[in-house]
Each structure stands twice: as structure tokens, then as C-alpha cells.
Design a protein around this ligand. Structure first.
Ligand SMILES: [Zn+2]
Length: 444
């Protein structure tokens, strides 16, 4: 769908691409923005503004899914927001460090006495970046359509639901809402990793596993459940953990040795392994996110991961994608949503570059100087450009994100490939750099 603004740049109801084409062709609207595609009317009378929208978010450490639904249960817009948390960690580790030999004793002393405790509610810079990406995106979307409500997946599982009984006695039943809640509880607790091989088998498909096999009288209670990858689960078959270790001892492969080590530890301590560094911050981040969104929008509703998965598989029958997860966050109408768009906007967070004009190696020592100037021939790295090259090797039309060079020969990055050495003379700006890169893909 296409976003529509009034002459005064106020949000109106969005329209179909076909209607937008007609409006643009007969000159009653102009293109306001390329990504997400937005037009601005020259005469407001021809268009209505009475729909309200709900933005649905599924925050993740790497990618956040976004879906926009209108008051008539139409899903009008999908997006995937790719974060740069890991990039920020890398930048912090290789940043330029001032040489230490110039410091006086007095300075060292004050540094020694400084209060280095972190203030309450502190989050690591990489996690702050993720949270701010999402808040910033909601702010921008609010300028394009009348968003009244936000639904956020704020926790991975519903503790209340599971604390009716003592938590280890909760009974697991596949395919039910409760079953999904338990699955998410287990995944979160075990750090989204196979408990037997620790991810060494390269199998990404994780399953809920009965430590004492069900076929031999093992219970469905949480205390008997574990997370294992499909490979390990198949390999273990209907053995108990002790029997499985015995069988593995005949093998000398690295994978089996790892399994023995980990399973013996599970048997000894009844404790499990936790991986994934983001998991520790994830709940804290979602908490901050909800608090920030409450300042922006009148109503926020919250959902759980188990509920999302139940809605997506049982309610809507959709495949696993970040944007479908977002669509199924919280409560959904009993008849589901009608999907009226077939495109997904992929947004990648790049940041706006840094003030520091140099490159450092892994020790934090400057190895390259950059120019102070950031704009060349009125282009800046990050602008979306359309280059029409009339002849030569690079003949054709290239649309994408530009990386500027002092020489005037730029690199243009479109989906998947980079075209190098395109002259600035052939380039035309489509959208100025706003710290994000945009591509469109087909909905699956
Ligand atoms: Zn495994």
C-alpha cells in the first residue's frame, strides 16, 4: 500500500498502488518519499482521512519485524528492521585509544577514585541502539499514518499462566497455547541452543525433548523437558540420558565427545547451559521499549512469544518470518487479517557515520586518515541514488545506496551487488541519507 499525506503534510488514509499511479499521472499528487513510498496530495478534498492504524512489533536482537494493520483488519504494510548491535560492539572494541603515557599522577588518581557504578536502568550501547532504532521507526511511521495503538511482544512467555501449579509440574502438550508458552520458556531458559551438542551439529532446528523418553514412561512435566537440536534428538532416539552416554563412549568424534561432556554435567548437577549474550538483556530492552512507546502513543498492548507463535501457526497458518510474527503479536481478530500487500520493506540500520575521521586496527591504533569533508559533488555516503549510465561497461540503470569518493567515481550498492566507479554526473538523488538503507522484497 502507498502512504498518503495531505497538502499540509498531515497523514491521511493510505491507498492502493494503482490509485497512487493515477493520482501521480494526472498531477494531483507528488512523490513525498521513496521509502516507504509516500505521496502528497495537492488537493485534500479527493481523499478521506478516517481510518486509524495499529503498529505491531516483534523486537529481536538482530531483526525486528513490523506490521501495520488498519481498523478493518487489513494488513497494509510489512517491514523488517535490521539492527546494528553487533556492529556497535565491534566499533567499541576497535575505537581509538588515547596513549596513556601523557597522563599525570593526579589524573590517574581521579580516575581511580571515580564512581564507575552504572546508573539504574543502564543498558549496553549495542542494546540501546536496537531500542532506539525501533522507537525512531515508530516516530517516523506516526508521521505517515494515524497510528493509535501499538502491540509489542514484550515477554517471551507468560509466567502467570505457568505459575498456577509449581513451575516444574506444568504439563506440556504440543500444539496448544500453553505448549507454545512452555516451548518459549524452555528456549529462553536454555539460551536458544541445543543442550547436548551446544550447536556443534550445525542443526538450527530446535525441538522440545523428553530427557526420560515418553515412550518409556517419561512424564510431560517441565522438569523432564529439555531443548535439543533435531540431529541430537534423532541420535538419542528412545534412550535415557545415562544409556545415551554409554552408547556415545564408543565414538571418538569431536561432536560425540562434546555431547558426553555436556550430558554428564546435566546428570551430575541437573543444571543446563545458557548461551546467547543478548538473552540476558532482551527482557530489559523490551521493558524500556514499552516505556518509551507509551510516551508516543495513547495505547500499548503487550503479548507473549508463545501467544505469537500460536496465532501464527494455528490462527493464521503463516510461515516463520519476522514480519508475520509481528502481525500475530497480541490478540488477533477471530477471522484473522486480510493481507493486502505483497511487498516487504527491508530497512538496515547504518548510523550516520562518526565524527572521528580515521580507521583503527584491532589495537586501537590509527592506520588510515579520512578527509574532513563528507560531501562530494553534493552527494553523501548513504544517499539513495539512481544512476543512468549511457555507455561503457556499466551501461544501464543502477538504483541503490551510494558510497561517495573524492574522485567523483562512486560505488552504488543495490540488492546483493555493488557497482563500482560510477561517475557523479550520471547520478540523481532519490532520497537523502537518514541513517538507514532500504530495499524491497517479495512477501513469502
Ligand atoms: Zn545438538
Amino acid at each position: 500500500m502507498v502512504f498518503v499525506l495531505s497538502k499540509q503534510k498531515q497523514p491521511m488514509d493510505n491507498c492502493t498502488p494503482a490509485k497512487a499511479r493515477i493520482l501521480l499521472r494526472d498531477g494531483s499528487a507528488t512523490i513525498h518519499k521513496q521509502y516507504p513510498f509516500t505521496i502528497r496530495l495537492k488537493d485534500n478534498a479527493a481523499h478521506t482521512a478516517d481510518k486509524t492504524y495499529q503498529i505491531k512489533l516483534d523486537p529481536g536482537a538482530k531483526i525486528t519485524g513490523v506490521a501495520l494493520v488498519d481498523s478493518e483488519a487489513h494488513a497494509v504494510f510489512f517491514a523488517e528492521l535490521e539492527h546494528r548491535g553487533e556492529r556497535i560492539v565491534a566499533l567499541l572494541q576497535t575505537r581509538y585509544r588515547k596513549p596513556k603515557w601523557g597522563n599525570s599522577f593526579k589524573k590517574k588518581d581521579s580516575k581511580f577514585n571515580a564512581d564507575t557504578r552504572r546508573p539504574e536502568g543502564w543498558l549496553p550501547p549495542s542494546v540501546v541502539s536496537i531500542e532506539q532504532d525501533i522507537v525512531h521507526f515508530v516516530k517516523k511511521m506516526r508521521n505517515l499514518c494515524m497510528i493509535q495503538l501499538a502491540a509489542v511482544e514484550s515477554v517471551k512467555f507468560d509466567m502467570q499462566k505457568m505459575e498456577n501449579a509449581s513451575i516444574t509440574d506444568v504439563v506440556y502438550q504440543q500444539g496448544t497455547l500453553m505448549g507454545y508458552e512452555i516451548r518459549h520458556y524452555l528456549l529462553e531458559k536454555k539460551g536458544h541452543a541445543c543442550q547436548y551438542c551446544g550447536g556443534l551439529s550445525q542443526d538450527k532446528h530446535l525441538e522440545v525433548e523428553h530427557m526420560h523418553p515418553k515412550s518409556r514412561g517419561g512424564s510431560d512435566r517441565l522438569s523432564n523437558l529439555n531443548v535439543a537440536c533435531h540431529t541430537c534428538n534423532q541420535d538419542k532416539d528412545n534412550r535415557t540420558l545415562a544409556e545415551y552416554v554409554e552408547r556415545l563412549k564408543s565414538s571418538k568424534t569431536k561432536l560425540d565427545q562434546t555431547r558426553i561432556k555436556r550430558i554428564e554435567q546435566i546428570l551430575r548437577t541437573n543444571k543446563t547451559f545458557i548461551g546467547l549474550r543478548y538473552a540476558a538483556w532482551a527482557n530489559s530492552m523490551r521493558h524500556h521499549l514499552v516505556a518509551d512507546l507509551e510516551k508516543l502513543l495513547p495505547h500499548i498492548s503487550q503479548g507473549t512469544g508463545g501467544q505469537t507463535q500460536y496465532n501464527r501457526t494455528t490462527g493464521m497458518g503463516l510461515p516463520k518470518e519476522h514480519y508475520y510474527d509481528a502481525l500475530c503479536v497480541g490478540r488477533i481478530p477471530s477471522s484473522g487479517y486480510r493481507l493486502v500487500t505483497d511487498k516487504v520493506l527491508c530497512i538496515k540500520s547504518y548510523g550516520r557515520g562518526s565524527r572521528f575521521r580515521g580507521r583503527t586496527n584491532s589495537c586501537g591504533i590509527i592506520t588510515k586518515q579520512l578527509t574532513r569533508q563528507k560531501q562530494f559533488f553534493s552527494f553523501q555516503t548513504g544517499d539513495v541514488v539512481r544512476a543512468t549510465v549511457p555507455n561503457g561497461k556499466k551501461k544501464g540503470i543502477h538504483l541503490g545506496r551510494v558510497a561517495v569518493r573524492k574522485s567523483g567515481y562512486f560505488n552504488i550498492q543495490s540488492t546483493g551487488l555493488v557497482v563500482q566507479g560510477v561517475s557523479y554526473k550520471h547520478c540523481r538523488i532519490i532520497q537523502r541519507n537518514d541513517g538507514y538503507g532500504y530495499t524491497l522484497k517479495q512477501r513469502s
